[in-house]
Design a protein around this ligand. Structure first.
Ligand SMILES: [Zn+2]
Ligand SMILES: [Zn+2]
Length: 260
């Protein structure tokens, strides 16, 4: 199966799983399946993969190889010699720590925010909105996570397993479902937790940066999880183009604003 057919198949599978789930357990019941921005997000899911895989691979390999000299071969051998399940747990923990700070940087450094603002521009949050991410934003966060994993010596299987879990969990975090999973509060990121990250309510600004483990937000003072309230305004204050190509070009245009 070629890559493009693979993306169409993934899109179809996700649509078939998440559409009935969201229709049955909707958080925002007025949100339509083919809502505003649907076509734009489909184009993100279909085309970003090629840009991110190719350019991301080049960036990550270049950075990792040039930094190998400063890392320890002994440590790499030690990490790679562990059982896969143990490496996986360690890789997820490492990825979360680096991912947390990378995500914070995308909100605080104006240049990075221009790219990350595309992901935050969705006004209707659902499973498909997870795909709306500027390729350079994705490459930045992948590099911030994968270069340390590479330098620490985690094996290829661990990288693959982490990527699959992170992508599927990431899609679920954006879905329009009303389960709050209160028993997981502060332990594992849930849709309720990540919806607050996307909300455009002032009290939730710059909160909930963790990918999988909100304990990082608890440790660094960025945790926000009002159990009974539900966010109802999403998006950003700046005007982001609605079309796919416009969103790709947006960070490069003059006059974009910073911060969220
Ligand atoms: Zn963000
Ligand atoms: Zn998100």
């Amino acid at each position: 199966m070629n890559l493009f057919a693979g993306q169409i198949f993934a899109l179809f599978l996700l649509f078939v799983v998440f559409t009935p789930l969201e229709r049955t357990f909707a958080l925002h019941k007025d949100k339509k399946v083919f809502r505003k921005g649907f076509a734009t997000d489909v184009l993100h899911i279909l085309f970003n993969r090629f840009i991110v895989d190719l350019a991301g691979f080049l960036v990550i390999v270049t950075l990792a190889v040039s930094m190998t000299l400063y890392s320890s071969q002994l440590l790499r051998d030690l990490v790679a010699s562990q059982p896969i399940w143990l490496q996986f747990i360690e890789a997820v923990a490492t990825a979360n720590i680096f991912g947390y700070f990378a995500h914070r940087l995308t909100h605080s450094v104006p240049l990075l925010w221009r790219f990350h603002a595309i992901h935050h521009s969705s006004e209707n949050l659902d499973w498909l909105a997870a795909a709306r991410t500027h390729p350079i934003d994705q490459i930045f966060s992948r590099a911030m996570i994968f270069v340390p994993l590479f330098l620490l010596g985690f094996t290829q299987e661990v990288f693959g397993a982490y990527l699959i879990v992170a992508v599927l969990h990431g899609v679920f975090l954006h879905s329009n479902v009303r389960f709050k999973f209160k028993f997981l509060r502060g332990i594992v990121a849930t849709p309720h937790y990540h919806h607050w990250h996307h909300s455009n309510h002032p009290e939730a600004a710059n909160k909930n940066f963790a990918g999988q483990f909100p304990i990082l937000d608890l440790l660094f003072g960025t945790y926000y999880f009002p159990e009974e309230k539900t966010p109802h305004i999403y998006g950003v204050n700046e005007r982001i183009p609605r079309g796919y190509l416009g969103q790709l070009k947006y960070p490069f245009s003059a006059g974009t604003q910073s911060g969220s």
